[in-house]
Design a protein around this ligand. Sequence first.
Ligand code: GLU
Length: 553
Amino acid sequence: MSFEKLAEIIFPEVKNPREYYIEKYPNRNLKEGAKVTRYAPSPTGFQHIGGVYAALINERLASQTEGVFYLRIEDTDQKREVQGAIEDTIKTMHNFGMDFSEGMTGQETSKGEYGPYRQSQRADIYNTFAKDLLIKGLAYPCFATPEELAELREKQVANKITPGYYGEYAKFRDITEEEALKRIENGEKYIIRLKSPGNPEKRVEFHDLIKGDISFPENNQDIVLIKGDGLPTYHFAHAIDDYLMKTTDVIRGEEWLSSLPIHVQLFEVLGFEAPRYAHIPTIMKQDGGSKRKLSKRKDAEAAVSYYKEVGYPTVTVIEYLLNIVNSTFEEWRAENPTTVYHEFEIHLEKMGKSGALFDLVKLNDVAKDRIALMKASDVYDNYIAWAKEFDEEMYKLVTENEEMSKEIFNIDKEGPKPRKDFAKWDEVKEKIFYFFDELFYKETLEQVELPKGLTIEAAKAIIEVYKNELNFNAGSQEAWFEDLKVIGANLGYCANRKEFKANPDQYKGMISDVAGAVRIALAHRTNTPDLYTIMQILGEEKVRERFEKFLSL
Ligand code: GLU
């Protein structure tokens, strides 16, 4: 049955045949093997780390093959749209090292020859293809009300029949043109459905670039192509867009895998060659004994904004995500510690087929390694860029003491095993606060950590003597430490562990207790970098002042 007249009544504004659009968007002139990929978010405002993960895979594959990576906005669900979300997406992706070679460039602007890149502006394109399907009898208007559909579903569920609108349950599947015209004339509401040619007894074979060979029953649901608001469903829109935009590889979340039978069928019905598909395993989190999806509600790290707020350098997040994409990244990174990550080639077939684990502990390790490799001046620049936005007090202190701050960031950096202090910028303050009088002197006695086995009285007794005996200009770490041992020995602290173990009663403690007392007098913390270095950075005056203040705590 064909619906020439009906198609004209439903889509009077569609003037062109489908060939018009097929010819409008010619094949791309790219080198052999170049991949055309896309990031196709819905502009709902919230950006999930899973979105960055998917985008990264798309971007890397396009870039590796000198292809095209474009941004398409899937805004056919206009109720969910948030103002400014497109610009925010572009900015976020840019921060994560991804720039689009084509597609939307702002809320209203775009670049490229395959647009519009915003689905809400492509209504004529979708309508053109819907009209064509109507004319050919491959689609039909459905007048079922939401109540009728709910009732149908209830009955199917009660009778343990596959729910949905298909076959004998698709009341309007065989509607005549005459009846449809009459109902439209009466002002009845309708949507456009696919007249599915599928038979669920038959199976479709499919090769997914990540999941491998899969097969599933053919789709026989008469899915919605054009909704009541005149806009297409995701299924219909993506098939048309990916075809006309010449996407070679659709790489998207595995939540779409179950729709693949529909999509394969749509490409067939539309007479388009289907792209290659890859379904990315969802990022999961270990929660107690089980794995679950990263949840927007429960897990701060699900939101892309989290990484900026707590101050992970974005490159560390990117590299961590690359670790999840291909576990060989870690080895590559170890062998190429200073090469940019762009040099690492990702391969879909090397990805895990399911349940990628996202683990903040591991991210912290990656981040610490990366920050440890940064030059002190880069740490400084990155840190103040973060602090400017998220910690005004630290921004002020660090920039006002630029030289000292760079020395602090350089502690133990230049050796073969650089110090791994920070995974993210919000950890910096607690680790370096004591260098700044403004923060250090705010602390009360309760905040001073005591080394194990040392009382505050004993610590003060040590400092009472040490402050007088200290030769600040000992000249080297070794000479300084020798002095400390002598002072300690005179106070009754043993310099030799074995000897101390053999005669513990003869000593007040070990030399490490003496160092511990000096450490807490200068830093209030038991775990710090090398004491001698700290003293050199603080300078003699501050060191002596701190001893005095410690005694008066
Ligand atoms: N708009 C879809 C989503 O946000 C895109 C899926 C795809 O990449 O095809 O889930």
